[in-house]
Design a binder for this molecule. Structure first.
Ligand SMILES: C[S@@+](CC[C@H](N)C(=O)[O-])C[C@H]1O[C@@H](n2cnc3c(N)ncnc32)[C@H](O)[C@@H]1O
Length: 294
């Protein structure tokens, strides 16, 4: 049997009898390969300072941090910590946090932000999740990976590693299936093909195949990306769609500008946002003692 994902085919067994027979990891890899934007260090380094600004008005980090089980004697491992907007909130309520990110520009921001808030219980490690040595980093009570696993190939192996790094709880967020309307509209406008990012359903199924029956929750975040002006919106949208760093033809730039101008909603403070640009993050979390590992 062939199942078509993102323009290609994955060979599946003809006689699929159970969930275990479905190649979720291979389908994830395949869908990821189709994405126009690549998940590399350079891309995140480049956007770090802007990301730091965006997070100041975003309710997502608080929403995520509120869900995490925290105790004063807990240690937490934050994989793909970004500028630390979740790291710092969690660090205030636990004994110690190990913050890992592949982008050193992001890590510099976590350090800076921690210093500004007088937080000193964070250890910083520059590494990809894939290269992280479990022996070196050791087990933590809680492992979090917020919005940071979406670009990883062979995710099933990394999920196993992540689970092994946790003593008590794991929390991660992955794209929902519903939230890319704005990007679809952008692609339509530009006449480029829209590629759906592989979403949470692949991850839940990979975990299930490993005997981890995770809890799933659509995070209820309100704040849409807010742009200081049209130029800011142009910047962020080109980055989002993976056109960043590429030469944009003048006619494409005009099309994009026209779309962004026509659809912008002006806010009282002069900033702009877009009604269809809604966040859609799914939190997947589990308690280690509930797992039935295979
Ligand atoms: C969207 S930001 C999320 C930051 C933070 N966790 C949050 O939710 O606010 C993604 C971050 O994950 C990091 N990242 C992405 N893939 C990674 C990987 N494979 N290994 C380590 N870090 C990664 C990026 O450098 C970036 O800082």
């Amino acid at each position: 049997m062939n199942i078509k994902i993102g323009g290609g085919k994955i060979e599946q067994k003809n006689d699929i009898e159970s969930i275990e027979d479905i190649k979720w990891n291979e389908m994830w890899n395949h869908a990821l390969k189709e994405m126009p934007s690549k998940n590399d260090k350079k891309r995140w380094d480049k956007i770090a300072s802007k990301f730091n600004e965006w997070m100041k008005t975003d309710d997502y980090p608080q929403n995520f941090a509120d869900k995490v089980h925290k105790k004063p004697d807990y240690t937490v491992l934050d994989l793909g910590c970004g500028n630390g907007s979740i790291t710092l909130k969690v660090a205030k309520q636990v004994k110690h946090v190990t913050a890992v990110d592949m982008s050193n520009e992001m890590l510099k921001l976590v350090e800076e932000n921690a210093e500004n808030e007088g937080i000193s219980n964070i250890k910083y490690i520059q590494s990809t999740v894939e290269d992280l040595d479990p022996e070196l980093v050791g087990q933590h009570d809680v492992v979090i990976a917020s919005r940071s696993l979406g670009g990883i190939y062979n995710l099933k192996d990394e999920l196993k590693k992540i689970d092994g790094l946790a003593k008590n709880y794991v929390y991660m967020t992955i794209w929902g299936a519903n939230g890319r309307r704005f990007e679809r509209e952008l692609c339509n406008t530009m006449g480029t093909e829209y590629h759906q990012h592989p979403d949470y359903i692949y991850v839940c199924n990979m975990l299930y195949q490993m005997g981890i029956y995770a809890n799933i929750e659509m995070l209820d975040c309100e704040s849409r990306p807010v742009y200081s002006d049209l130029e800011d919106a142009m910047d962020r949208c080109t980055w989002k769609l993976g056109w960043n760093g590429k030469e944009i033809k003048p006619e494409d730039k005009t099309k994009l500008e026209k779309f962004l101008k026509e659809n912008a909603v002006q806010r009282e403070d002069g900033t702009i946002d877009y009604p269809t640009n809604n966040p859609d993050w799914v939190m997947i979390w589990w308690k280690k003692e509930d797992c039935d590992y295979r």
